[in-house]
Design a protein around this ligand. Structure first.
Ligand code: ZN
Length: 179
């Protein structure tokens, strides 16, 4: 059977055959197979994701009732990110719904259902590890933070002061109207 990790995905064939790829793997495992390297934490996630999480994934390849070629599924994991308040690791749950519309040409993007993200074939080979990495990257919070107040109150207060400063400075420049 086709080895989903050892070679780029033949997406047209997977869609033709209505194949579902599912399973779980650590990020280091999937990337080390692809790159032929010693296991490492991650590729594009390197330096962002601090742990090597187990990722559960499912990708269903097929067509919808009007013939659009789609990849639907999900990616679930828990990544450790750097908390932007205390700079300690914070665990963040990732649950993505995958909805990709497969195209041969970028010009056809307008023909896809609005709920899909375009995936244009033929530019670069698409590996299963790439699909999974993309989904995690897109789902990462912009400013990861602990849910609890992880630094002492006075630090928070200082931060608020810094944010206010530009406005405070402007206040002095605005002269009262003389009309
Ligand atoms: Zn924190």
């Amino acid at each position: 059977m086709f080895d989903q990790w050892q070679q780029p995905l033949d997406i047209p064939a997977l869609i033709r055959k209505d194949i579902t790829l599912q399973g779980e793997a650590r990020i280091s495992e999937m990337l080390s197979i692809k790159d032929g390297l010693v296991a490492r934490a991650s590729g594009r996630l390197d330096g962002i994701v601090l742990n090597d999480p187990l990722v559960r994934f499912e990708f269903r390849f097929g067509r919808n009732e009007v013939g659009h070629r789609l990849i639907e599924g999900s990616v679930d994991t828990v990544v450790d990110l750097t908390c932007q308040r205390c700079l300690e690791p914070v665990a963040v749950e990732i649950h993505t719904k995958v909805m990709l519309g497969v195209l041969n040409n970028e010009q056809d993007v307008g023909k896809l259902p609005e709920s899909t993200e375009p995936l244009v074939l033929g530019e670069n080979p698409v590996w299963l590890a790439d699909l999974i990495e993309d989904e995690i990257l897109l789902a990462l919070p912009v400013v990861p933070r602990h849910a609890h107040l992880c630094v002492p109150f006075h630090r928070e207060y200082d931060d608020a002061e810094v944010v206010e400063n530009p406005f405070a400075a402007l206040r002095g420049l605005v002269k009262p109207s003389t009309h």
